[in-house]
Design a protein around this ligand. Structure first.
Ligand code: HMH
Length: 205
């Protein structure tokens, strides 16, 4: 039977590449270049605007029993978008900037995934949130000002939220026929690769 856990075990190498990157190690040590960090920040804001629409489409096809977790997620995204605007203003960054290719590809993926059945969408949504939950924690405590960013996705409340997303995705996957399970596996691997490319994009600046 396919579960979120089995995806992580089977595809550990791909998931490691999604969640460990020199970009994050350099945030931990404080040696990240401001240009690299600012590029990530602006592009991730643009990413989150599209991710919010994905969350809304997920809610639209979710069973009512899953509403609580998803509505809390949407509320957290409201705060996150406002927080991104604050962080960008502090750094005098312009948010109405074109998307870079890797960001654009990820956003296209999030639009395409909305055509998939609920189970696939739920697993994709979980994987995207888990990627940041793990990536920002794995290097260990980060120096200022990056500790605030690590805290946003690494805090215990966010970790708990990601566990609830996993539970809901598993509930949907249990009922899924083999073809849907295969599609979920493909989508999970796409998330892993898109995450890796997103770090590369910022790091290449
Ligand atoms: C690229 N993946 C990327 N950005 C984010 N903000 C998240 C995941 C959220 O969890």
């Amino acid at each position: 039977m396919l579960t979120c856990k089995s995806l992580l075990i089977k595809h550990e190498p791909a998931w490691d590449l999604a969640t460990r990157h020199p970009f994050l190690d350099n945030c931990k040590s404080g040696t990240i270049q401001p240009g690299q960090f600012n590029t990530w920040l602006v592009q991730d804001y643009l990413f989150v605007t599209v991710f919010t629409r994905m969350a809304a489409r997920l809610l639209a096809v979710a069973p009512v029993a899953h509403f609580d977790v998803l509505l809390a997620g949407l509320s957290a995204l409201k705060d996150e978008l406002n927080w991104f605007r604050e962080k960008a203003a502090e750094r005098r960054l312009k948010l109405n900037t074109p998307m870079q290719e890797s960001c654009r590809r990820y956003c296209q993926f999030m639009e395409d995934v909305s055509l998939e059945p609920y189970a696939v969408q739920a697993a994709a949504f979980w994987a995207i949130e888990l990627a940041y939950n793990q990536a920002w924690q794995l290097p260990g405590a980060m120096v200022k000002p990056y500790n605030e960013f690590a805290e946003r996705w690494g805090n215990p409340g966010f970790t708990e939220y990601v566990k609830l997303l996993e539970k809901q995705a598993n509930e949907a996957l249990i009922a899924a026929v083999p073809e849907i399970q295969q599609r979920t596996e493909r989508v999970f691997l796409e998330v892993a690769e898109l995450e890796r490319e997103f770090w590369e994009m910022a790091f290449a600046v």
